[in-house]
Design a protein around this ligand. Structure first.
Ligand code: ZN
Length: 142
């Protein structure tokens, strides 16, 4: 139970004071991610240089889970190699499907706060929206 409160605290914190919900200057990539079943609609903006995510931000609207997930994701991936960020995204998807090992979940750091979503099918699309958008954003060659 203590853990559960801890996870909720992380999500609440990212909702009340998101660190990365803002425009960034001259983004290299801008991609919209939409989850019509909930009404979540975000724009992910990234600066990528030599395969490294140098900066990023998001704007848009959505439910608490979609917004917290986007903010946590950016917290984790800024400064990361794009390929490592994509790997992290894959582990995140596995966690949400309930297929990740404890070790993998731990490697997600704060993003592991969303692990309970695995038991809430209606919220899955909210939780994965940012990661899904990231994958699409980085999937292209440039
Ligand atoms: Zn949502």
């Amino acid at each position: 139970m203590e853990n559960r409160n801890f996870y909720n605290e992380i999500l609440t914190e990212h909702n009340i004071s998101p660190l990365h919900k803002h425009e960034i200057e001259n983004p290299d990539i801008v991609l919209e991610g939409v989850n019509p079943s909930c009404g979540d609609d975000i724009f992910l903006k990234l600066k990528v240089k030599d395969g490294v995510i140098e900066d990023g931000g998001f704007v848009g609207d959505g439910c608490a889970i979609s917004q917290a997930s986007a903010d946590i994701m950016l917290d984790q991936i800024i400064g990361m190699k794009a390929e490592d960020a994509l790997k992290m995204g894959e582990i995140f998807m596995k966690m949400i499907k309930g297929e990740a090992t404890e070790e993998e979940i731990e490697s997600l750091d704060e993003a592991s706060a969303l692990r309970d979503i695995a038991h809430m099918p209606a919220r899955v699309k909210c939780a994965v929206l940012a990661w899904h958008t990231l994958k699409e954003a980085l999937g292209v060659d440039y």
